[in-house]
Design a protein around this ligand. Structure first.
Ligand SMILES: NC(=O)c1ccc[n+]([C@@H]2O[C@H](COP(=O)([O-])OP(=O)(O)OC[C@H]3O[C@@H](n4cnc5c(N)ncnc54)[C@H](OP(=O)(O)O)[C@@H]3O)[C@@H](O)[C@H]2O)c1
Length: 296
């Protein structure tokens, strides 16, 4: 007779940015259903609280918390991290998911082009602030939500803030490219620490970003491309897989689609390009008065 060996999945503390809607909320539900403790990072308290109740109800897990930070307002990030560090003994998984799409150029509170500010710079700062906690919690995982759109662009270094000429798809593609470039660079920098860093493409998903954004083209494309859609529960699966699966415990610096390693743009491997983004991001933060040391 086969003996029954119960498998208890260790509870992980998982921080997810932009967890009040779309793919972030769905990853929160799926992780909570598996018994993990989810810490939602949202910019709006009311939207955050509403989603928190939904995540609790749909997962049957009450270990869901909400902290407030606006990734487009750098000075809100450290106070939230300090709150987190005071309350939680460790951080096992960080999912950098929040993102925006802007048809017209807007800037963050700190004066950076908004798509880049939220998708890359805010997450760059957040990740660096959490590195000590992640190192102490190792094995730990960092997951960056990128997009396949990065394959059609590169980081727009020649005019990173799109001050000369703004093109929304290009700005979004550049920021999503930055997500993969940062992933590969950080993975190398963290080799041997027990922290893995990976990025993924969730698919083309009907969320606020694609159905209610201010681009007529994106709304039109969204309305037309019904069968091409990835349902949000499927879109979240690669994130949950990267956060929890033992299969990827030693994989770092990769780009995933549908729970498998996929090809990213070949320039994402370029070390000079990676360093350039790192140095520019660090200089931007230092100039705003948020000190980032040269080494991590
Ligand atoms: N949907 C797709 O087809 C698709 C495809 C590829 C990649 N992605 C990526 O998937 C990720 C999630 O997007 P989604 O499709 O789930 O869109 P979504 O439903 O609009 O979710 C975006 C989340 O980011 C949050 N957010 C936006 N700006 C923020 C800020 N300044 N500070 C903190 N949080 C902020 C939003 O909060 P509010 O509710 O307060 O705005 C929301 O919770 C993004 O990184 C996106 O680029 C999406």
């Amino acid at each position: 007779m086969q003996s029954f060996i119960p498998v208890f999945m260790e509870e992980k503390i998982c921080m997810i940015t932009g967890a009040n809607s779309g793919i972030g909320k769905e990853m929160a539900i799926q992780l909570a259903k598996r018994g993990h403790h989810v810490v939602m990072i949202c910019r709006n308290e009311d939207r955050g609280k509403k989603a928190l109740e939904e995540i609790k109800n749909r997962s049957g897990n009450s270990k869901i918390d909400l902290l407030i930070a606006d990734l487009g307002n750098l000075r809100t990030i450290k106070p939230m991290v300090d709150q987190f560090l005071a309350k939680y003994p460790r951080l096992d998984v960080l999912i950098n998911n929040a993102g925006v799409f802007k048809q017209k150029r807007t800037t963050s509170v700190d004066g950076f082009e908004m798509i880049f500010a939220v998708a890359h710079l805010g997450h760059f700062y957040l990740t660096i602030l959490l590195l000590e906690s992640l190192k102490k919690s190792a094995p730990a995982r960092i997951i960056n939500v990128s997009s396949d759109i990065h394959r059609f662009f590169t980081v727009h270094f020649e005019d990173l803030m799109f001050e000369k000429k703004y093109a929304s798809q290009k700005a979004y593609g550049s920021a999503k490219f930055a997500n993969v470039l940062f992933t590969k660079d950080l993975a190398k920098k963290l080799a041997g620490t027990g922290i893995t860093v990976n990025a993924f493409h969730p698919g083309h998903v009907k969320t606020n970003m694609t159905t209610s954004n201010d681009s007529r083209f994106v709304r039109f494309f969204t309305a037309l491309s019904g069968p091409l859609y990835t349902p949000v529960n499927k879109a979240a699966q690669t994130g949950v897989y990267l956060a929890t699966s033992p299969e990827v415990s030693n994989i770092s610096g990769e780009y995933f689609k549908k729970c498998a390693i996929a090809k990213s743009h070949k320039m994402t491997q370029d070390e000079e390009y990676q360093s350039k983004l790192w140095n520019i991001s660090r200089d931007m933060l230092n100039k705003c008065g948020f000190e980032i040391k040269p080494d991590i």
